[in-house]
Design a protein around this ligand. Structure first.
Ligand SMILES: [Zn+2]
Length: 380
């Protein structure tokens, strides 16, 4: 299922290959986020063109709209959105705890009100696995309790206990044919809790492991700490996924710490504000500085937007709210995230990851605006 092709000598970085029911995924990999059965502003042809290997879908959102009856009638999520390659579905745990209005945590799940119409709903391990089975995703995530960064030590501990209990329940649920199931490790920035949770979750023998409870509003150093104190307890022979992360620079740094899989809404979210992400950091294309800029978003970029359009033209489109503007910035941003991971794989293969990492981090200037957007939750 997961083949470890090569390990970097100087860091924890690895080159791998994950085989799923809908095809092979080369890792490290960035997964574009298709929350509502669509990666915002991009169609499946564009997603393939920019090099997407695997997409994310979301249990909570699809369960609420259009609902499971429609998705089953469509023949599952792949057919519904006409995407033939692998899909990973989030379990809905994160959304129940961050989006749902009123919730009551019970022994076997969470009773909550829909953030849309207030209707009373229930999601637990059994329900989340059942929905993901019917969606037919290639990788299903266990239903977990993901507390916010501001949770107290006591709350984080309770969330870890619940996550462990629910993981045991998820493990016993039936799956779609060939579906892989990943466990999730919680524990905030508490090293002892992370270790405790990781040992329990890996003991259940899932197909891969995710680090949850990151990208929940914590400062960057704490995010790295949470990952670093979880990693030693995850089996080397299985894929490791950092949920909701990160910026291009964070992804490269997390690869160096042994992470294989990423998902992040940044490329499409910031595109809608007119922000393009480049290898030197983010630029706000709406600015007057680009009024007569006849170059592409990023020199040397092979994406469709950079091959065809100037910054001046895209700036104009964005300022007059033309859909093409945000579509093209979404194409460029998504391409960039995928390309950074493709470059990472190439350098791992060639044994030059260390130099690549140094150079990439030296060139990339993080912006506070982009880091802040990473932590927002409305799109996930
Ligand atoms: Zn481009």
């Amino acid at each position: 299922m997961f083949e470890l092709l090569k390990s970097d000598v100087a860091t924890q970085a690895r080159l791998g290959r994950l085989t799923t029911a809908h095809g092979v995924v080369e890792t490290p990999v960035y997964m574009p986020v298709g929350t509502q059965a669509s990666v915002k502003a991009l169609d499946p042809r564009e997603l393939e063109e920019v090099g997407t290997q695997i997409l994310l879908g979301n249990t909570y959102h699809l369960y609420i709209r259009p609902g499971m009856e429609i998705l089953e009638e469509a023949g599952g999520l792949h057919r519904f959105m006409n995407w033939a390659k692998p899909i990973l579905t989030d379990s809905g745990g994160f959304q129940v705890f961050s989006l749902a209005k009123i919730r009551k945590i019970k022994a076997h799940g969470v009773e909550f009100r829909s953030h849309l119409d207030g209707s009373l709903l229930f999601l637990g391990p059994k329900e989340a696995m059942g929905i993901q089975r019917r969606l037919g995703s290639d990788i299903a995530m266990v239903f977990d309790d993901c507390p916010p960064h501001t949770a107290s030590g006591k709350e984080t501990k309770a969330a870890v206990e619940r996550t462990m209990r629910w993981a045991t329940e998820c493990r016993q649920e039936p799956r779609a044919p060939g579906q892989l199931v990943f466990g999730i490790v919680q524990g905030g920035c508490d090293a002892a809790l992370r270790e405790h949770c990781a040992k329990a979750i890996t003991g259940l023998q899932f197909d891969g492991y995710a680090i949850g409870g990151v990208s929940v509003g914590e400062p960057e150093p704490e995010m790295f700490k949470a990952v670093e104190c979880t990693m030693p307890f995850l089996p080397v022979s299985q894929p490791r996924y950092a949920m909701g992360l990160g910026t291009p620079a964070q992804m490269v740094e997390l690869v160096a710490r042994g992470v294989d899989m990423f998902d992040c809404v940044l490329p499409t979210r910031v595109a809608r504000n007119g922000t393009a992400i480049t290898r030197k950091g983010a630029i706000s294309l709406k600015g007057g500085a680009y009024k007569r800029d006849w170059g592409p978003i990023e020199a040397g970029c092979t994406c469709f937007a950079c091959q065809r359009f100037t910054r001046a033209y895209l700036r104009h489109l964005l300022n007059v709210n033309e859909i093409l503007g945000l579509r093209m910035v979404s194409v460029h941003n998504t391409h960039l995230f995928l390309q950074v991971m493709a470059d990472t794989r190439e350098h791992l293969r060639a044994g030059t990851f260390g130099e690549f990492r140094r150079e990439f981090i030296a060139n990339y200037v993080p912006t506070r605006r982009v880091l802040a957007a990473r932590a927002a939750v409305d799109e996930r």
